[in-house]
Design a binder for this molecule. Sequence first.
Ligand code: IMP
Ligand code: MG
Length: 175
Amino acid sequence: MAQNKEHLIPYLTKEEIEDLVAGLAEEIESDYQGKELILICVLKGSILFISDLMRKINLSQKVDFVSLKTFVNDEGNTITSIVKDITTQITGKHVLIIEEIIDAGRKLSFLKNRLLASAPASLKVVTLLDKPARRVINIKPDYVGKTIEDRYVVGYGLDDGEIGRNYGDIFFLKN
Ligand code: IMP
Ligand code: MG
């Protein structure tokens, strides 16, 4: 559903987002000194975050993209599957998953298991926003920009029915 600007409540300005991204990049850069990183962008929500983050991480790096879908099957079970897999060889490499937000944790848990099967040298997760109150699967990101309460946000890659990904700021949706 498209939303009018009057349905949006300001949450993070682009300057605040830039500060969060810079802080994360600094931490990551210092933790991976002398190593090559493989950044894995989870489509589509992480596109703006990864494009800013990767430019601030001054390390040798490669980037790849994965697309996942989650749906409820006829038996009522929530299933996650791969729509587009990575094509980069990650065995023995230092891999960092880039998420814009972690909610129930299903997508991340599925992706971690999928990537661990390829035996990377290390596997960590960075998320711009973390909503731990919504967690269904017990999973913790290694780097968190900001922990948020259980409210729906749009902007900076995050969508509401595919709308809002292009907003520079992040907003709460007014109920
Ligand atoms: P989960 O952690 O398996 O629930 O999946 C998280 C995914 O749900 C994210 O990658 C987003 O695509 C979507 N999502 C969760 N919370 C929000 C939100 O507040 N705004 C926009 N998308 C969200
Ligand atoms: Mg989404």
